[in-house]
Design a protein around this ligand. Structure first.
Ligand code: FAD
Length: 433
């Protein structure tokens, strides 16, 4: 019987190394990241990437054939919980979104030539990529509405359409674009993914869309921006298609499943950081004659947050285990559950940490206000919460059937059935008494 909550003994030292490395080498960079030029940033972070590679911890989500570890989701989940404490850590460990998911896509579906040209430099950290699916004119929640078209013309596809919120699109070397290749069939069979080099004529990076995370986008494009892009008759070789024509939705499912678990585990890391700050402050600040930590309403916040973090972790580890055992598509309910529950937990944790810090929490002198603004995106990225709840509820309801007449638990009906079933026994008892 295996129902084990312990981390493998051989794996714990790796997690310990990651945690120490993150605290000692990566977290201090946060305080100066905004002041660095891209060149200065490379000088600071390249040696850190080398140290990660020396430890064999680079791009662990990939199989050994691609230079990774081929770890299952359970190990990756534990790793992402640690990396989630600092937004730069995934990049230094070679598994930052969207590059990690895009690398997996190319590994699954790209031709040998595409892999050589684009995947290898991506894995080496020499290139950046973006995933371009959402469009401003139609609901991203319903990707069947996608309008961007790719029409075959000789041995080229001609891509035309309008996308936005393509994360890293303005700094990417290539874009993986979700397009309609066959409008005459259901979108689930008519959509495809095509690799478009960003410098192809017709790719127009309109802007990085100002947003809650970065309201004032100034200067040259930087990683982390969410680009609006017009594809104006962009010609790419037909061989730039990933998988077969019509594979778009199948590939999207494969890409998004693991990504959502990793997001959720990073949220746990973020939430733990906010929680650590909340506890430190509660023990350090006094009001009305006692420490904040001694006040029951503050204790309530600490207890609620701790319970929500641990509940999310259990849900997340179960989803990871389920994926390792049954694959991504059989784990859609589990993945949807941690996506929704994780966002709520994250938001609550940061919100309460701000509350306990009072005006200091609201100020930009602490990272909490930035964490709070970025956390809001979690309810939208990789699908709005409501859409995931639809998935959960649809899957759950498959296990139930409608009944005619009264509900199955209707007490008068159950009593009448029980009286009939046990009539003989009741008669005997009555006769003997
Ligand atoms: C920070 C950030 C980064 C992103 N990065 C990328 C990226 O790299 N690539 C990319 O392609 N996209 C990206 N997106 C886009 C994201 O995937 C979409 O925002 C998301 O899928 C929702 O689509 P939408 O914005 O068009 O909202 P809509 O589809 O218009 O939905 C709006 C709202 O309608 C409600 N709703 C929708 N469907 C239902 C339903 N069935 N039942 C009940 N309510 C419903 C929900 O409340 C939803 O929030 C990013 C978004 C953000 C915020």
């Amino acid at each position: 019987m295996a129902w084990d909550f312990a981390t493998d003994e051989d794996f714990q030292p790796k997690l310990d190394w990651m945690r120490e490395f993150l605290d000692a080498e990566i977290l201090p960079l946060e305080a100066i990241a905004g002041d660095c030029t891209p060149e200065q940033w490379r000088v600071l972070t390249d040696p850190l990437k080398e140290r990660v590679k020396q430890q064999g911890l680079w791009a662990c989500h990939l199989g050994p054939d691609l230079g990774g570890q081929g770890w299952g989701q359970v190990r990756l989940a534990l790793m992402h919980e640690i990396l989630g404490r600092c937004e730069f850590a995934p990049m230094i460990f070679g598994n930052n979104a969207p590059d990690s998911g895009n690398a997996e896509l190319l590994a699954i579906g790209a031709s040998a030539e595409l892999r050589r040209r684009w995947l290898e430099p991506l894995l080496a950290g020499e290139m950046r990529s973006a995933f371009s699916m959402t469009e401003p004119d139609v609901a991203g929640s319903d990707p069947r509405l996608i309008r961007t078209r790719a029409t075959l013309d000789g041995d080229e596809y001609v891509v035309s359409g309008h996308k936005w919120f393509t994360t890293n699109g303005s700094v990417a070397d290539f874009l993986i674009v979700m397009v309609v290749t066959n409008p005459d069939v259901h979108p689930y069979q008519g959509c495809s993914m095509i690799l478009v080099p960003t410098d192809t004529p017709g790719v127009q990076i309109v802007r990085d869309v100002p947003n809650m995370g970065e309201p004032h986008i100034e200067g040259p494009p930087r990683p982390g921006g969410h680009a609006e892009i017009v594809y104006d008759n962009v010609r790419v070789p037909a061989t730039n298609i990933i998988g077969e024509p019509g594979d778009g939705f199948v590939l999207a499912q494969k890409r998004l499943g693991p990504g959502r678990i990793h997001h959720a585990m990073r949220w746990i890391g973020q939430a733990r950081r906010a929680f650590d700050m909340m506890c430190e402050r509660a023990l350090s600040r006094s009001a009305h004659g006692s420490l904040l930590a001694d006040k029951q309403m503050i204790q309530d916040m600490i207890a609620e947050t701790k319970m929500e973090i641990e509940a999310t972790k259990l849900l997340c580890m179960h989803a990871a285990w389920h994926m390792d055992r049954h694959g991504a598509s059989a784990s859609r309910t589990q993945i949807a559950m941690i996506k929704v529950y994780g966002t709520r937990m994250l938001y609550n944790a940061i919100d309460r940490a701000i509350q306990v810090h009072g005006a200091l929490g609201y100020s930009a002198d602490l990272p909490l206000e930035g964490m709070y603004r970025h956390a809001r995106a979690s309810r939208l990225v990789d699908g709005a919460d409501e859409v995931h709840k639809v998935t959960i509820s649809r899957h759950v309801l498959r296990n139930y059937e409608a009944v005619e007449g009264w509900p199955g638990e209707h007490l008068p009906t159950r009593r009448a059935e029980a009286l009939e079933r046990f009539a003989d026994a009741l008669d005997t008892i009555t006769a003997n008494s």
